[in-house]
Structures are given as C-alpha cells and as structure tokens.
Design a protein around this ligand. Structure first.
Ligand code: UDP
Ligand code: MG
Length: 315
C-alpha cells in the first residue's frame, strides 16, 4: 500500500517567537511518523503567512533553507485566521493525500496528529481534534469560549463542542470544501456539513509555546457572530416568535384596557392608544419576522453552497 503524503498547514500571524520552536517539533514528528510507516517521506509543513508585521516571513524562508519540507505562502495582507487557513488548505488540496491544520503556537498537542493519521488509515476522511481539558487556558478564555459555544448552539449553529480548527481532512474532503464559495468563512460550521466518514481525537490543550494570543476578545466575538449569521436563520425566526408572543399578551392587555375603560378609570384616548400600540407592535414584529424568513432564503441561495456531495458510487 502506498503511504499517504501528509501536509501540515499552519496559519501564522506575527509568530516570530513561536515558529522557530514549533517547526523542529513538527519536523521531528514527521520523522517519527515516517519511521513508523504511517506517512510518505514527501510529507511537508506549509506555513501561511497571514500578512504578519514582524519577521515571520523571513523566518519561514530560513526554516525552508534548513529543511525543504518547510514550505510557505504569504498572503498580501492580514485576512484573519479562517482565511489564512483556507488559503493553505486550498494550496495543498491536490498536493497531498491528507492535510492537518494546526495553530503555530502548539497549544493543540501535536502528538494527536499521529492518532488522527491512524484514524485516516482506518477509513475516516475528516478527523476532528477535540480538547479534553482547557485547564491551561486562562479562566477568562475558557469561560468566554464555552459561553460562545452555548450561545451558538442556542442560535441554531451546530458545531463540534470544544473543537477549534485542529483537524485532519483527506484530499477528497478538501476538494469538497473547495465547492463552498461563500466569503464569510466559518470553517467549523462548514466542515461538518460536508459529511463523509469522520471521527474525533481528544487531546489536552497546552499553553502557548511563545508569543501572545492573536485572538483578542474582539476577534472572538466577530468570529462567533460570523458563525451564527452564516449558518442560521434562527435570530430572524426569533423576531417572528416574539411578535407572536406579544400578540398573545395583547389579548390580556386588551381585556385589562377594556375593564379599565368601562370602569371609567381612564382618561380619554388612553384605551384606543393602548390597544393600537400593542396590536400594531406585535404585527410589525411578525411582519419583520416574515420578511426575515424570505431574506434568510435569499441568503442561503446567494451562498450558492453545493447542494449535495456524493460519497460512494457503484456503477
Ligand atoms: N492567526 C492568523 N491570522 C490572524 C490571527 C491569528 O493566521 O489574524 C493564526 C495565529 O498565528 C495562530 C492561529 O491563528 O497560528 C490561532 O491564533 P492564536 O493562537 O493567537 O489564538 P488563541 O489560541 O489564543 O485562540
Ligand atoms: Mg493559540
């Protein structure tokens, strides 16, 4: 059997401190897996420089000079983690059999790569890395991340709990990913919709090897909003439901207003105003919700996502 060529893809934004430490680890890991007959010796590491402002790109060049298994591409400017990752995956999709994406800071234990490749050899085409514990993350990072997962779920976005973008994908899965042409990228949401045979590998999350987090709270929130609004029409449906709820409450309000009116406890004009404010308010919200349903449909149509993907055929 021919061994698979593995491409490890690393998005790098201002990672001059981390990369010189990360790369030897990953190359050592490639050596180890080659000697265990898990991967082909053509396997490599691709660094995607996401418009870094520091010496990241020079460092990638030097690392390549030291070992040609280190490759690099550089984006014209900073596009953000999701886009850098997609650029890397699309670069390698026809130049490898499997690609594994991992962050430059080795917070996600690289040893899990071995397990992921074994899952691939057993037939899985997508293997998700899932954090078994995040004790090394700060309390703040941990709880905000978990709050985001829960909020996303509430808003109708299905993702794999505690899975970031550490995952293995076969070249076939990458080619299916290439059919998703949307520009608001939320890979964690898209990839589960591809389907295919998949599994999960768990690992403990470490501390950042060097340098600082490139994901401040602002970027986390915008990623989360992107995720929800790219996958779910639930926020719009909620508006309709609130309108409906108000309409029901409206009945109670109407009874109260009428009782007050007939008991002569009101000043003139109050009853009619109260009735119309409540009634119209709920109608407006429901109307907005209905318009939202249609906008939701338009939104899905413009994304032009593939409507299906064929896994197996017998001809
Ligand atoms: N990253 C990137 N572009 C950005 C921000 C981050 O390519 O605009 C990369 C970064 O170099 C790292 C990965 O995304 O490899 C994850 O970032 P980080 O480790 O800082 O996030 P955290 O683990 O703190 O959530
Ligand atoms: Mg990190």
């Amino acid at each position: 059997m021919k061994l698979p060529i593995l491409a490890i893809v690393i998005p790098c934004y201002n990672e001059q401190e981390a990369l010189p430490l990360t790369m030897p680890e990953l190359l050592k890991l490639l050596d180890k897996m080659e000697s265990q007959q898990l991967i082909d010796k053509e396997s490599y590491v691709l660094c995607v420089n996401d418009g870094s402002r520091d010496d990241t790109w020079d460092i990638i060049g030097k690392l390549h000079a030291g070992d040609s298994r280190v490759k690099g591409i550089s984006l014209a400017h900073n596009r953000g983690h999701q886009y850098a990752l997609l650029a890397g995956l699309m670069e390698v999709k026809d130049k490898c059999d499997i690609a594994i994406s991992i962050d430059a800071d080795l917070q996600d234990d690289p040893q899990a790569i071995i397990e992921m490749v074994k899952h691939y050899l057993n037939g899985d085409e997508i293997v998700y890395g899932v954090r078994s514990s995040r004790q090394t993350d700060t309390w703040f990072k941990r709880s905000t991340a978990h709050a985001f997962y829960k909020f996303q779920k509430m808003m109708g976005l299905e993702t794999i709990y505690d899975h970031a973008d550490y995952r293995l994908m076969s070249s076939r899965a990458l080619n299916m990913l290439a059919d998703y042409r949307e520009s608001n990228l939320f890979l964690r949401g898209i990839i589960p919709t591809i389907g295919l045979q998949h599994s999960v590998v768990t690992y403990a999350r470490n501390e950042r090897i060097a340098g600082e987090s490139k994901y401040p709270i602002k970027k986390m929130i915008s990623l989360s909003i992107d995720g929800i609004t790219s996958f779910s029409a639930k926020p719009m449906r909620t508006i309709f439901l609130i309108g409906l709820l108000l309409l029901i409450i409206d009945i109670g309000v109407a009874i109260w207003v009428l009782i007050a009116y007939f008991n002569h406890e009101t000043i003139s004009g109050w009853s009619s105003l109260m009735l119309s404010v409540w009634f119209l308010g709920s109608l407006i919200l429901m109307g907005l919700g209905i318009v939202g349903e249609y906008i939701g449909k338009i939104f899905i149509e413009v994304k032009n996502r593939p409507r299906y993907a064929i896994d197996k055929t017998i001809w």
